[in-house]
Every structure is written in C-alpha cells, then in structure tokens.
Design a protein. Structure first.
Length: 167
C-alpha cells in the first residue's frame, strides 16, 4: 500500500560536549535496571548530540518530527529553554546544521514527551529534508541561564526519537 504509516525511531547519544560542565551523561538506578540519560544543569549552557539512521522505507512526504522524553530532577514544572539543530547527510564526513527550534521555552513536567516541531506546519519537513538512509544528527542545547528557563534545577533528557511517515 502507498498510504503513510508512522514510525518512531530512537536516536542514539553521540556526544555530550566535552568542554561543558553543564551537560553530562548519567544513570538513575531504578528497581530492576539503570536508566541512562543526559543531565543539563541549571544556569548554564549544555550541549548533547544524537544520531540515527533515517528509515529506508521513508514516505515521499515524511512529515517528520522530533520527540524528547524528559523530566526534571525533583519533578517540578517550569520551562526549559532549548535550541535544537539538525543535519541530514548521506555520509557522516560533513554535518552542516540547520536550526529546527531556536531558544524556545518548552513546558516540562515529570516524564513527559515534548514535541519539537516547526511552528508553521507542525512538522520539520520545510526546515530539513530527509532522504531514505540518511544519517540524522540532532544537537540539543539547554540555555539554563536564560531568564525564560524557569525549571530552576537539572533538566534530564531521557531519550530523543524521530517520528516519520513510512510506506
């Protein structure tokens, strides 16, 4: 069938900016397993980069988007100010990033999924074109020192996923 179906592909953590003390990899011990994530401290800049492979059965109109699964340390609400940039390349040798969402405040609660989307269309297609088999790189930067970042504590990015239409 040529009708679109959606798939959500988790992206893998590539790096946490080595010269930034405001973002770091850590794990939380749960009853049966440890949950790895990137912690972004408050009142500073922190950058983490993720990557994944775009599905080979990508729909001609992928209508793709990003989903972030996140929570704060103490479960308090507030806004996390985040810049998101992305790059899609056929070979990993070069990655020229384009802005997907720039310094936008997103409401954060306990263990919620937030959607990073283009304001005009609700999907990231107009900003970054994906092709089947591309490598997708996503850079996440929390601006904890921004006046609109009202979380007031560590913001934890549990995982990042790309959702797209597939055949």
């Amino acid at each position: 069938s040529n009708s679109a179906k959606q798939v959500r592909v988790p992206l893998a953590l590539m790096t946490v900016q080595p010269d930034s003390a405001n973002a770091f990899w850590r794990a939380v011990t749960l009853p049966l397993l440890d949950q790895a994530h990137v912690g972004f401290l408050d009142l500073g800049e922190g950058i983490a980069t993720y990557w994944g492979l775009v599905p080979f059965n990508l729909h001609p109109d992928p209508n793709w988007n990003l989903y972030f699964y996140h929570m704060t340390n103490a479960g308090a609400g507030g806004n996390a100010v985040v810049t998101v940039r992305g790059s899609a390349v056929t070979h990993a040798e070069s990655a020229a990033y384009v802005s997907l969402a720039s310094a936008v405040a997103y409401a954060t609660q306990v263990e919620t999924a937030l959607t990073i989307s283009a304001v005009s269309s609700g999907a990231l297609d107009p900003l970054l074109t994906l092709t089947s088999g591309d490598y997708l790189f996503v850079e996440v930067n929390r601006h904890g020192g921004n006046v609109n970042d009202t979380v007031g504590q560590q913001w934890n990015l549990l995982s990042v996923a790309m959702q797209a239409n597939v055949l």
